[in-house]
Design a protein around this ligand. Sequence first.
Ligand code: BEZ
Length: 258
Amino acid sequence: MNNLSIPTPYWDASLYEDKHAFVWQYGEDLLQLLNPKPGESILDLGCGTGQLTEKIALTGAKVIGIDYAPEMIEKARQNYPDLRFDVADAREFQVDQLLDAVFSNAALHWVKEADAAIASIHQALKTGGRFVAEFGGKGNVQAIVQALYSALEAININAPALNPWYFPSIGEYATLLEQQGFDVIYANLFTRPTTLADGEVGIANWIEMFASNFIGGLSVEQQKQIIPAVEEQLKPTLYERGSWTVDYRRIRIVAIKV
Ligand code: BEZ
């Protein structure tokens, strides 16, 4: 088997905003779980282009958005010049003053070292502070992962080694949180089938946006081969009447620092 090195994902922030607005639109009701209050200090971890950071700020809370991708932070700063956004790593960020809450939508499935992220979140919170998060849970985008694995393995590429995602079960993630000094007061794992924009090319756009780790190291010729092979495999389950629907499965967690 050929082991490709794992490329750093490149984020096209404009494409993300144009075609994948559902990422933060679905995150809006997570804000109800966060329930931000005026004057609270809140960190938006993995803030992307800043839409939910702004919603938190509008409640009167003092919010900072952080993201690993400089492309996202640059766009967030353009979108909301009055808010503070920093490039930072979930596994090792530091805060100047302890926080009332850490909020995170659709980001932590990119952090395979969940222990390190939980340790950073824990040290950033006040005692009694809350961690409110949603991300991909066990079984998330399973059909897509399987189709990518089989198309890549057909050309002798070790696809699991390229997988950048972490999709834990409730039991697994709650255990990690408890081991590091959190009480888990809410956990939910649920499906959220999500129809993509752009009809027939929707899944190719999704793969280019979110699954670049799998295909970024391939030649143009190989990419031309892989995407149709993945589409072919997924069509019977994820394509209907001209639209693609992604098999998202989310985990939601609320945990309190003890
Ligand atoms: C998600 O939001 O679950 C997700 C997004 C992109 C890639 C993988 C998962």
